[in-house]
Design a protein around this ligand. Structure first.
Ligand code: DOR
Length: 444
């Protein structure tokens, strides 16, 4: 059983593992190197290493070997919606996507707003195929009225708080939450959506919503909350992480705030850099997501944000939904789509960025935001260096594959990418020294 939280070696890890023939990429740069792992810890990073007798050897020829990916935005659905996903199935999908850690969103049933609920997820996640870091709710029941006992949750190791699925509507409550967050040294992650502007909208408000006769959410529903929270972060000094940014206006606000030194970070979800509101033309609810798919100009803006450092991370917003719900008419179906197994490939296929930049967006940059990196005493994010815990993603950046929804590890099937040929494949994933994925196959 792997225990990536404590930094102990997985008891099922081989004594020695050699990742051979790849190019190691981490914050310090890239170099041709083999990686020797003994008892869950990287011990040697050099070219031409010989495998010890009995060692497990992973072929990384033609591949990039990077610190394992960290997803800042995963809906694992347990407890409460186990028909859609469980911690077991969701972390298997994560491992297959190259993720060695995921931040589990608290919009479960019940919401993760108490010490008991956080302890429960920690217990369920023991032995999972990826480290599960719990995001706590900012408000009780995510209802936006009273603050959750943030100090109790922080004492259990919670480092990110969010009401994701909803934004905190009250500016006063958000300011108070930020003041507590400062004291507790935690980050607030905001789902930016002003309900007085978005209420009732099921897609982006624009030419396509008019044509289709569907109620829309204007870009401003997101942007006014981004602007508000930048002001609150500036005023309090508390850190705000912006979840799933989707509009050109949001990106510009964050770009200026960062230039000014306001403590904000941001993520972009793969669907927001690959799909537009035109996808809703056939009323297929697989394209319904919140925030909604936007316009070509917005897609160009979020891609630019990923390229120029305005956005720190690609985060999946992996949002499984059972078919009986997702097959409802567009306006009734819940928003969300799967993301863990396609994130790397969508980034390689659709972003004109070097692979080193893409793995930074998936690995050490989100690890630092989640405070799971070495600087925070965690096991994620690299560097790939002697003494570090062996959490690794081995990626073939030129391999192509076809997305088969039926073959995904998730309990749900709501991906819009079925049948798409993508470039970039996760070949192996190593969790605390244990190869949990070998040749794109889950090992347990
Ligand atoms: O599309 C979404 N799905 N956006 C959210 O904010 C919530 C998520 C979910 O939980 O299904």
């Amino acid at each position: 059983m792997a225990d990536p939280g404590t930094g102990r070696m997985s008891p099922t890890a081989p004594m020695e593992l050699l990742v051979r023939g790849g190019t190691v990429v981490d914050r310090t740069g890239s170099r041709r190197s083999d990686v020797r792992v003994v008892e869950g810890t990287v011990v040697e990073v050099a070219e031409g290493l010989e495998a010890a007798p009995g060692a497990t050897v992973l072929d990384a020829g033609g591949c990039v070997v990077s610190p394992g990916f960290v997803d800042l935005h995963t809906h694992l659905r347990e407890p409460g919606r186990e028909e859609a996903e469980t911690i077991d199935s969701g972390t298997r999908a994560a491992a297959l996507g190259g993720f060695t850690a995921v931040v589990a969103m608290p919009n479960t049933e019940p919401a993760l707003d108490s010490a008991e609920s956080v302890r429960n997820v920690h217990a369920l996640a023991q032995g999972a195929m990826a480290h599960v870091a719990v995001a706590g709710a900012i408000t009780v029941g995510r209802a936006g009225e009273r603050l959750a006992p943030m100090a109790e949750l922080a004492a259990l190791g919670v480092r990110i708080f969010t009401d994701d699925g909803d934004g905190v509507q009250s500016a006063g409550l958000m300011r108070r939450a930020l003041q507590y967050a400062m004291d507790l040294d935690v980050t607030l992650a905001q789902h930016c959506e002003d309900k007085s502007l978005s209420g009732g909208g099921v897609m982006h408000e624009g030419a396509w919503s008019s044509r289709l006769g569907l109620p829309g959410q204007p870009s401003e529903a997101e942007e006014v909350m981004v602007a508000r929270d930048i002001a609150l972060a500036r005023a309090t000094g508390g850190r705000v992480h912006f979840l799933h940014l989707s509009t050109a206006g949001s990106v510009e606000l964050v770009r200026r705030a960062r230039a000014e030194g306001v403590p904000v970070t941001a993520e972009v979800a793969p669907h927001h850099f690959t799909l537009t509101d035109a996808c809703a033309c056939g009323f297929d609810p697989v394209f319904k997501v919140n925030p909604p798919l936007r316009t070509d100009a917005d897609v160009a803006a979020v891609k630019a944000a990923l390229a120029d450092g305005t956005a720190d991370a690609i985060a999946t917003d992996h949002a499984p939904h059972a078919p009986e719900l997702k097959d409802l008419p567009f306006d009734e179906a819940p928003p969300g789509m799967l993301g863990l197994q396609t994130a790397l490939a969508l980034a390689v296929t659709e972003l004109a960025l070097p692979i080193e930049h893409i793995v930074a967006l998936l690995s050490w940059q989100p690890a630092a935001i989640a405070r799971l990196d070495g600087a925070s005493g965690g096991t994620q994010g690299g560097d790939v260096a002697p003494g570090r815990p062996a959490n690794l993603a081995v990626v073939d950046p030129v391999a192509t594959w076809v997305v088969d929804p039926a073959a995904l590890a998730s309990r749900s099937r709501n991906t819009p990418y079925g049948g798409r040929t993508l470039t970039g494949q996760v070949r192996h994933t190593v969790l605390m020294g244990e190869p949990v994925v070998i040749d794109a196959e889950a090992q347990r």
